[in-house]
Design a protein around this ligand. Structure first.
Ligand SMILES: [Ca+2]
Ligand SMILES: [Ca+2]
Ligand SMILES: [Ca+2]
Length: 116
């Protein structure tokens, strides 16, 4: 599952993330967006930090969980259900973090701990 990739492809979220961080970023330049120190590599730490910001930005009810209604414009129900491992209808930060880690490992094809 590539929930994070889907999220990053969303212009809506990239735009809101840009405004959150005041970054001068263009939609679609996901890797650049994630590369906190600008060295051309995205480490797990950089990735996690960015995803923390993203989580907070998407949690419009600020209850520490993502309900499907908060992210339904860019994540399908199937993907949401897969990430919602305890099937309670919302993604806790823990469930989100597990998905973030899975996506990072999936994207890190040569397993060197960084995306480039
Ligand atoms: Ca970096
Ligand atoms: Ca929420
Ligand atoms: Ca859940």
């Amino acid at each position: 599952m590539k929930i994070i990739s889907l999220i990053l492809q969303s212009t809506v979220i990239v735009t809101s993330l840009s405004s959150l961080t005041s970054a001068q970023t263009m939609p679609g330049e996901a890797l650049q967006l994630l590369d906190g120190d600008g060295d051309g590599l995205v480490t797990l730490e950089e990735y996690s930090n960015r995803m923390d910001t993203l989580f907070t930005g998407m949690d419009t009810t600020q209850n520490g969980r993502l309900e499907y209604s908060e992210i339904d414009s860019f994540v399908s129900q199937d993907i949401f259900d897969t990430a919602d491992t305890n099937n309670n209808g919302s993604l806790s930060k823990g469930e989100f973090d597990i998905q973030v880690l899975k996506d990072f490992q999936g994207a890190d094809q040569n397993s060197d701990g960084a995306l480039d």
